[in-house]
Structure formats: C-alpha cells, structure tokens
Design a protein around this ligand. Structure first.
Ligand SMILES: C[S@@+](CC[C@H](N)C(=O)[O-])C[C@H]1O[C@@H](n2cnc3c(N)ncnc32)[C@H](O)[C@@H]1O
Length: 519
C-alpha cells in the first residue's frame, strides 16, 4: 500500500489539478463533454461499498471516464497496491488526461487518452475487469451529433444487445458499451442521473438491468441535495453484478441520506420490477411490508441474532498455531480446526474459503481442538500426546484449563458468517476497529476478540443457503455505522474500547430487519 502521507499528497495535488483544469474551461465546454467531477468523500464511499461486494480478491479496475481520477484515488486508499492487478482509465480530453497521467505515473494506472465508446473491449475474459466504477459524462442526446448517435447505438447493441433509443444520453451508452469489459461476476457502480428511472428512453436500460445482469441496488439521492458543486442534476448510484439474475433475486432500493446511511430502503424482486414503470417511487411505492416500518426501525440485534463471544482457549500461544507449527509438532489434521487471526491481521472484512471451508487468508491459523481422552491420544497420536505432555505443567494448570475436562478441551462453537470485533486497543483506532463486521464465508471459528452472531428465526430462514442473502445481511450490518457502535460500547482507561455481547444486542438494526420483509 502507498504510505498514507503519499496518498494524501497525491490527493491534494489531484484536487488542485481538478480545480485549475475546471477553471480553464468555460461552462459550455465542460457541458459538452460532461466534465463534472465526483466529490472525494462520495468516491471513497462508493469504493468502500464496492470493496464490500468484491471481497478480498485481487482487483482489475476500470474507470471509463476517469477525469483526474477521483475513483482511482479512492481505490488506492482501500486496496493494497499488491492486490491491484490492473487499473485502466479512459479520458477523451487531453486537458484532463495529461495532468492525470503525470500525477499517477508512479502507480499502476494505465491511462488511455481515447474515446471509451470507440475502444475495443478485450476479447479474453482474463483481460477484462472485475471492478468498474464510473461517473460517466452526462451529455444529453440533443448535444450528440446524428452520426455519433447512430454509432453509439450500434456499439451498445454489439456490446450488450441493448437497443437504446435516440433520446438516450451518452451516460446510458457508457453503461451498455461497458458491458463487454466486465468479467463474469464483475461488480459495477455507476453514478448517473436518476432520470433514466422514469423517462421513456430509460426502458431499454432498465430492461438490461433486470435481465442481462444482476441489479444489486439503486441508491437515489434526495434531489435537494445535489452531489455536484457545479452541475444541477438528481443522481443515483446503480450497483450491478455481471451475472444473470436468479429468479428470486431481490433488488435493494434506497433513498436519501447517503449510500451508507440512507433515509429509507426496501427490497423488490426482479419480477415485481417492470422496465416501463416509474422507479423513482421506490422504496416508498413498495408494499408497506417491504419498507422499513416503525417496528423494523426498533428491532435490535438481540432480536435478530444470538450473540456469543468467541472462545477463550486459556492459552492462545499453546492452542493456536500456524500450519507449519502444527506440522512441526506432529498434530494430526483431525485435531485441528481453522480459527481466524485477530481482525487487525485480516486484509479484508470478508473471509473467503476453499472447498473444504478453510479460510483463504494470509495469516491462517489452526486451533488444537481435541476431546479424546489422554490414553487414546497416547495410543494413536504419540506426537500430539508429547506436545500436550509438555504443556501440562504450565498450561494445564492455568485458570481456564484447570477447570476443564480434559484440560485441553476447547469450548464448543459452531462457525457463523457474521462476526463483530469486540475490542479496539487504542482510542484513535476505535473508529476503524470497534464493531467492525466481518463476513466469514469459511468454517473457521474465532477467539474472544470477536463476537459471533448466529441468526435467529426468521432471519435464519431468510438467509437459507443463499450466499447473496447472507451478503445482504452483512451489508445491512455494516450500515449500522461506527458512530452507533461506539456509542453502544465502552471506553476504558488508556483508550481500550470494548463492546460486550449484551451491548451489541441492544443496538437497533432496521436495515437488517427490513430484509425480513422479503420473506
Ligand atoms: C463526469 S466526469 C467524471 C470524471 C471523474 N471520473 C470523476 O468522477 O471525477 C466525465 C469524464 O469523462 C470524460 N469523457 C467524456 N466523454 C468521454 C468519452 N467518450 N470517452 C472517455 N472519456 C470521456 C470527460 O472529459 C470527463 O472528464
């Protein structure tokens, strides 16, 4: 990862370039190419949301209308450079492309000073991207030449099979032409004018969003809170995954506030959504049961989850080990189960897993978890027996171990997909670490630096075996926000922040409860 100060300096330079280049242009010139930059906090919020969807896989990033690189700057803040396998930016106007290229020259960005809608998409899946974030140029159709329109319509058709009407603005063509830049399962986030949700030319785009890809979420900003300093437009952010939707798929609509803290939200199945209908009415127009009702607003995490602290081993240094240590000590695989390292050592808030449920993370650890009596261990696993024997005096007489039978037995815990960090060491880290929700897709359990959240009915039924639903629950947990989490916990002398299970149960979670309206 680039050093924080380095990133900060680059961002200051980028903002200065943005300002000077914008000033050097007339409003008319900027209108012609839709040159209205995304505010840095919004760009960061979008990339944070994208990270939640994408997980910790290496990222191949594309911004087809990069300007000075508001989204690229946010990408660099959130992904270690080593996990950025490619970053491509298109910018048609050398006035922005040249300083942008100079600014980012020491980073992995491949900047192409070209018209994105005319560029050939990579033929190979591998060369395509898995993350596309864009604030495309908002150029109305009246400002597009007739020959350009015809060319754009043809490109859109070739790339996505969508026939956009002659009334469609340039931004709609960006979405459709970008289709064949995405790998299967790629995530795309588009910051666009919300008018497509209601106008006639939006039908074809909505048809695409409902059928060709999985529409994950549309967040519409309150039109009174314009997202641009210098352009009057009502904006929406459209999130999609490049995969055909499951028949039962539900789309989240949110409105007002911010992407992470909307004023209202609700779910609609893809079947309920018609391309010809007005979509700006959502989530308000959804049946009351699918909206966040007052009861939902008061629902606590305790009503939704059984919350337990992770296990207390009695001696982490003895019972928790790396695979290499386990091999060296001759501990058999059947006496080991995966356990996550502390949250500080997780690269991402998502823990992916292999087919056996083992976490695919950099600092994988194993818990010595064996309840066999010593005689059996001695007979069948002599090296494990020797290891236990060596620990007997120092570890076996410890407070917790001495009260267990046998002394090396561990508490019983099932894995769960939802984890929350229990404490943060320093005051200044409390914001980042306290009450951080982790999406655990592995079979690993955790030690007591985490809280484990086990869904109760009917939430467990809603999740079922659908990883997309589990992900929605995790996203909803994250939207509770660190301010509410910190307010619920306690700060001790020296800045130690803790959140006890009881305190977590009392936090209200309307965003999670709202998901239940879908069943
Ligand atoms: C709305 S701005 C967004 C800039 C930047 N990504 C941001 O969010 O701040 C759109 C950018 O796309 C560029 N642009 C317009 N038409 C383009 C095209 N056909 N191909 C590539 N870039 C284009 C404009 O010059 C402008 O810099």
């Amino acid at each position: 990862m680039l050093a924080v100060e380095q990133l900060e300096r680059l961002e200051q330079r980028r903002l200065a370039i943005q300002q000077s280049q914008d000033r050097a242009r007339s409003a008319q010139q900027r209108n012609r190419l839709g040159q209205f930059a995304t505010a840095a906090p919004l760009a960061l919020e979008m990339l944070q949301f994208a990270r939640g969807l994408l997980g910790s896989q290496p990222v191949r990033f594309l911004d087809p209308a990069i300007g000075t690189g508001a989204f690229y700057a946010a990408l660099l803040r959130l992904w270690p450079i080593a996990r950025i396998s490619a970053a491509i930016g298109f910018e048609i106007d050398a006035h922005y492309a040249q300083p942008c290229r100079r600014l980012w020259r020491a980073t992995p960005l491949e900047l192409r000073c070209e018209d994105f809608t005319a560029a050939a998409a990579p033929a190979q899946q591998q060369a395509r991207v898995n993350l596309l974030i864009c604030n495309p140029p908002y150029v109305r159709h009246h400002h597009l030449q007739r020959v350009d329109k015809a060319r754009l319509q043809q490109r859109s058709m070739q790339a996505s099979g969508v026939r956009l009407s002659g009334m469609a603005g340039l931004y709609a063509h960006f979405i459709t032409t970008a289709h064949c830049w995405m790998r299967e399962d790629a995530i795309a986030g588009w910051l666009i004018p919300s008018e497509f949700m209601d106008v006639n030319y939006g039908h074809a785009l909505k048809h695409y969003l409902l059928n060709a890809v999985t529409l994950l979420r549309i967040h519409r900003f309150d039109p009174m809170q314009c997202q641009f300093r210098d352009a009057l437009v009502s904006s929406a952010i459209v999130w999609l995954r490049n995969r055909k939707p499951a028949p039962t798929h539900q789309v989240e609509f949110s409105y007002g506030g911010s992407l992470s803290q909307p004023q209202s939200r609700g779910l609609a199945t893809v079947h309920q959504l018609q391309p010809q209908a007005r979509w700006t009415g959502y989530p308000a127009a959804l049946p009351a049961a699918r909206r966040v009702t007052r009861d939902v607003a008061a629902t606590t995490l305790g009503a939704l989850f059984r919350i337990k602290r992770g296990i207390a081993t009695g001696a982490n240094a003895f019972f928790i080990m790396t695979a290499a240590q386990a091999a060296e000590r001759g501990i058999p695989r059947e006496c080991l189960r995966p356990i996550l390292p502390s949250a500080r050592r997780l690269d991402s808030d998502q823990v992916p897993a292999n087919e056996d449920g083992e976490p695919l993370i950099a600092h994988a650890l194993w818990l010595l978890d064996c309840r066999l009596p010593e005689v059996e261990i001695r007979a069948h696993y002599p090296s494990l027996w020797r290891y236990l024997d060596e620990g007997r005096a120092a570890v076996g007489r410890g407070y917790l171990c001495a009260r267990r039978t046998p002394w090396y037995a561990q508490e019983r815990r099932e894995p769960t997909a939802f984890l929350c960090t229990y404490m943060a060491r320093r005051r200044e880290r409390a914001d980042a670490d306290a009450g951080r929700f982790i999406f655990n897709r592995s079979q690993a359990i955790v030690a007591n630096s985490y809280l484990m959240l086990y869904p109760r009915e009917p939430l467990a039924r809603y999740i079922g075996a659908d990883p997309q639903h589990a992900r929605c629950v995790w996203q909803a947990l994250k939207s509770i926000g660190s301010a509410a989490m910190i307010a619920a916990g306690r700060v001790y002398g020296g800045g130690l922040y803790k959140l006890e299970p009881r305190e977590l149960t009392a936090i209200t979670a309307p965003s999670v409860a709202a998901l239940l309206n879908a069943i």
